[in-house]
Design a protein around this ligand. Structure first.
Ligand SMILES: Cc1cc2nc3c(=O)[nH]c(=O)nc-3n(C[C@H](O)[C@H](O)[C@H](O)COP(=O)(O)OP(=O)(O)OC[C@H]3O[C@@H](n4cnc5c(N)ncnc54)[C@H](O)[C@@H]3O)c2cc1C
Length: 517
């Protein structure tokens, strides 16, 4: 990392939601001491978006890099464990599949397991795909125990994430960051001053008249994009035509159902409803398209299916799916909702915050602001967003539902070329093409392709090199081992009791490494 000219670099983070405090925590912990002087300004009067409870496994590796104790974090954020997401009614009414944080079987003779499963299906000795995934079997039984580092154990075949109270997580990271020297200012920004020569942001002015200057500004101001959009007018690529949901109602209720180690996303007439169990409550929300339903209908659909009485008034949220034309422009880097938004179907927003912090650290500028850092950051973060976007669109587009206008639209819409290519390749040969950027690995794509009833025309002919007898035995052993391992696992609720009693050692980075970078 180059020495910043006249170090330390003055960094001002604008916003104290999940994005702001994750950025403050990441930079203050991971930059060398005295490299940057980090300040954060936030306005309690404006508040935060107040949603965002489900995550993907990447977050464990973020917390681990910060040196956070997992038990302490879980207790303080009222977190539960998450083995995947259950999707109900997406491809057909009555369907249910789980996208697990883990693998289906293992390659045999370098041929991916799902190719052998496709052959076994054709030859009539395959169980359903779920049987070959331990996290799915465990999730269906409300079981949870930690993954193992022993690669010979079925327990090494999965990873896990958390479902937590994001407001408590931001508070947790605030304390963490302040202890590392981040200076917090309470106040509302009412004006931004630009350098008249190069258009860089020089400073922001607060309501009380005070002025905060910095070299690098990190815009974590939420949907409004105070610096990246309102000051620098960067522009926005709107992806609503592919992801037509643009509103949500969110409301918590008391737990009255099982403490599931997974979130649920149930497709509705013009969107979908989430259920996210935390230790102290259940988060619920209805994400919907205002072009295909109205607010009253959406609210009723949500409230009528709650497992207990709502704990607060439902909160209404508006959003537009897409990304800023530049997430880094001049001396402003946007992270979180100010950078772009992908609806929460696969719980990816917090992961995208984490990924952006990682790229910012990789390409941390000095006071010269060489544009190459900006260019590369925009390129790679853009790819991360586009690939999550494609993964989300697949859930909507790969449907046989024709019971509402919304589903007819989604089924018939033209998808981005990048997704059309992936779908065609999978249908043709069962292959998921690899890429470096992009959060979701092959197993996730298999889960959603098969879950949404997209099947390859044929299996890889190399699968036939294994004798039927050997394959049949192998597959039976695998599904038995998974069933046995799941039945030996404690209930999710019991593992949580042990975590809360501090009886469990920190497992934060066990599990398959492929699920985080
Ligand atoms: C319906 C919905 C469901 C979601 N579910 C999930 C989920 O399950 N999982 C997930 O990963 N993500 C989810 N998200 C996304 C997640 O909520 C956000 O990514 C996350 O909370 C980060 O938000 P943020 O910090 O960027 O913005 P915010 O929380 O909006 O924070 C903005 C900050 O900027 C400050 N600010 C703004 N203007 C000013 C000003 N003028 N002066 C001073 N300060 C200012 C505010 O006070 C606040 O501190 C969901 C989002 C929505 C809309």
């Amino acid at each position: 990392m180059p020495e910043p000219i006249n170090k330390p670099m003055r960094v001002l983070i604008v916003g104290g939601g999940t994005a702001g405090w994750m950025t403050a925590a990441g930079l203050s912990k991971l930059l060398p001491a005295n490299y940057a002087d980090i300040q954060l300004v936030e306005s309690q009067q404006i508040g935060t978006v107040g949603v965002g409870e489900a995550t993907v496994p990447h977050i464990r590796f973020f917390n681990a890099k910060l040196g956070i104790d997992e038990n302490d974090f879980m207790r303080k954020t009222k977190a539960t464990f998450k083995l995947g997401i259950e999707f109900c009614d997406w491809s057909r009414l009555g369907d249910s599949y789980i996208h697990p944080f883990g693998e289906y079987g293992k390659d045999i003779d370098s041929v991916p397991f799902h190719q052998h499963w496709l052959r076994a299906q054709q030859e009539g000795f395959a169980e359903k795909l779920e049987s070959y995934s331990l996290p799915i079997i465990a999730a269906r039984e409300d079981k949870f125990s930690f993954p193992s580092m022993d690669i010979s154990s079925p327990l090494s075949t999965f990873s896990y994430a958390y479902q937590f109270d994001a407001g408590l997580y931001a508070q947790y990271l605030r304390k963490f960051s302040e202890e590392l020297g981040v200076k917090r200012t309470e106040g509302k920004i009412i004006d931004t001053q630009l350098n008249s020569e190069n258009g860089f942001v020089n400073s922001v002015t607060l309501e009380d008249g005070s002025v905060l200057e910095a070299d690098l500004f990190i815009d974590c101001s939420g949907f409004r994009g105070l610096l990246i959009e309102q000051a620098l007018k960067t522009g926005y690529d709107d992806w609503t035509k592919w992801l037509p949901c643009d509103r949500a109602f969110a409301v918590p209720c008391e737990t009255n159902g099982p403490l599931t180690p997974y979130s649920t996303a149930t497709a509705k007439d013009a969107g979908w409803i989430w259920r996210i169990p935390l230790q102290h409550r259940v988060g619920n929300g209805h994400v919907y398209s205002s072009a295909f339903t109205n607010d009253d209908q959406a609210l009723n659909a949500l409230v009528n299916q709650l497992e207990s009485a709502p704990q607060t008034e439902p909160k209404k949220l508006f959003f537009k799916t897409g990304i800023r034309k530049k997430t880094w422009s001049k001396n402003v880097v946007s992270i979180g909702l100010s950078a772009g938004f992908l609806e929460p179907l696969e719980s990816t927003s917090i992961m995208l915050i984490q990924v952006a912090i990682g790229y910012l650290l990789d390409m941390f500028p000095d006071k010269n602001f060489d544009p190459v850092n900006e260019t590369e950051f925009n390129r790679v973060l853009g790819l991360e967003y586009e690939r999550v976007r494609d993964f989300l669109i697949l859930h909507y587009h790969a449907t046989e539902r024709d019971d509402t206008e919304f589903w007819n639209y989604c089924r018939n819409m033209q998808v981005p070329d990048s997704l059309a290519y992936r779908m065609q390749l999978f249908k043709e040969s069962g292959v998921v093409s690899h890429y470096k950027e992009g959060a979701f690995l092959d197993a996730s794509w298999y889960a959603v392709f098969f879950g949404q009833n997209i099947y390859p025309q044929n299996y890889d002919p190399r699968a036939d090199k294994v004798s039927r007898d050997v394959l049949e035995k192998h597959m039976a052993l695998l599904s038995n081992a998974n069933r046995q391992s799941a039945s030996n696992m404690p209930l999710h609720s019991l593992t949580l009791q042990d975590v809360n009693a501090n009886k469990i050692i920190n497992h934060a980075v066990a599990g398959i490494p492929g699920h985080a970078r």
